[in-house]
Write a new protein. Sequence first.
Length: 294
Amino acid sequence: MTDKQSPEQLTAGLVALLDVEEIDTDLYRGARQPGGRGRVFGGQVIAQALQSAQRSTEGKDAHSLHAYFMRPGDENHPIIFRVVRDFEGRSFATRRVIAMQQGRPILNMAASFQTPEEGLHHQDAMPDVPPPDELAWEHELRHRLADQIPEAYRETFLRRQSAIDIRPVDPRSWIEPAKRPPHGACWFRIVAPIADDPALHRAVLAYASDMALLGTSMLPHGVTWLMPQMQCASLDHALWIHEPLRADDWLLYVTDSPWAGHARGMNRGTIFTRDGRLVASVAQEGLIRKRGSV
């Protein structure tokens, strides 16, 4: 993240990044992250894939997606998204999306859409946590540690999540992490208001849902992705969108990890609005390989 950009500029940049370009019927191109280097952030690929699927669907809202990461995306190239219309019913529709770079698939995603309707309702209660106004912005917390971060990781550590304001409830230690239970919570929102397009708000949610999740499975082991001996990557990602939401209003992301083993960690998340509505659930398995242990 650069301090020279205003919240409005950062927000406009993320909205533009998620605005996929239609280049032919059911074929879309996702833009590169300006200034991006190395590996593409997984949440970007998921959000652009969801936007591609949403562009091919009318009258139905996305309510779930299931994605598998196959190869790391390369920031040096745009991403091409091919949409396959597997099913179009009166109430539900399904889409498959293949994300490709240089002729090779990097992600496969299936998404389901539903015509809005009413039905039976219940939900878990939102946990009692401090409000976001009482918590520090993670960007500020990271910059306080800038000179202690290994140079190889410093740029990524400081720039990622740039358009998303994240406020951890109980910040982890990045330098000398202590072992702690695999539970976490943070508030997040895009840093400036965006248009009233529900599809865009769902795409921003998908983008942000890949943040603050994988690290949950590392908490009991006292390690982070900043440690040279750790190899970390998302393997798959599932998102269920239960209710309408605004990504420019505070959302509480509550995470836990019920299991880790065999160089993989399982992570779960629930996302609440500030007034306690459960609007989304997330599940992800990730690679958390400690080099030298296999």
